[in-house]
Design a protein around this ligand. Structure first.
Ligand SMILES: Nc1ncnc2c1ncn2[C@@H]1O[C@H](COP(=O)(O)OP(=O)(O)OP(=O)(O)O)[C@@H](O)[C@H]1O
Ligand SMILES: [Mg+2]
Length: 181
């Protein structure tokens, strides 16, 4: 784990989590651990190339938030937003096909972002202008067909303490070998 604080455009950016996932199961397990830390109103903004593992991580988060196994969790390709009910309402956005930010404005995103549910946003970098000051960015990079670097970057108040400290043992529910922490 590394801890870096820097200021970009006056906004404090704190990075304190950097892990290697060796398999989709590792990534799902990370999601389950993240779910245990989530509070109402949280915003998690995912970035990473096509096939990086954003949806995979979100699947783990949703299962960890008690979305039943029979509910299929997939990128909301044509509708921008999928909603699931777990222990909190979950708003799963995917901005990949966004033609302009007005589409999000039309969706009435404030109702979701500033409500009691959790917003999980794929391709959030396509709509950074609408993100509030405080949110958790999760950046996923492919290192090989099976290895992923997963970084948590806390913006504003509230996320650093919860998500960027403590131990993340991705091997808890699988036999996969992991390293990092
Ligand atoms: N360590 C890993 N973590 C996550 N996914 C992995 C890993 N290793 C291999 N994969 C594979 O990578 C793919 C990740 O797909 P996923 O749909 O989660 O990506 P995505 O980032 O949501 O892409 P998109 O931008 O198209 O929505 C899956 O096919 C998964 O099996
Ligand atoms: Mg996806």
């Amino acid at each position: 784990m590394k801890k870096i604080t820097r200021f970009i455009s006056g906004i404090e950016e704190k990075m304190a989590f950097d892990h290697i996932s060796r398999s989709p199961e590792d990534t799902m397990n990370l999601g389950r651990i993240v779910a245990g830390k989530i509070l109402p109103g949280d915003i998690l903004a995912f970035s990473g190339d096509l096939g990086a593992g954003k949806t995979c991580l979100i699947q783990g988060i949703c299962r960890g938030l008690d979305v039943p196994e029979h509910i299929y969790i997939t990128s909301p390709s044509f509708v921008i937003l999928n909603r699931y009910e777990g222990r909190l309402p979950i708003y799963h956005f995917d901005f990949y096909r966004l033609s302009c930010q007005d589409e999000i404005l039309d969706l009435g995103y404030e109702e979701y972002f500033f409500g009691e549910g959790v917003s999980l946003i794929e391709w959030a970098e396509r709509a950074e202008g609408i993100l509030p000051e405080a949110y958790l960015k999760i950046r996923i990079k492919s290192l090989s067909p099976s290895d992923r670097s997963i970084e948590f970057i806390a913006y504003g108040e509230g996320y650093m303490e919860r998500f960027c400290s403590g131990s993340y043992d991705l091997s808890i529910k699988t036999k996969s070998t992991t390293k990092g922490g």
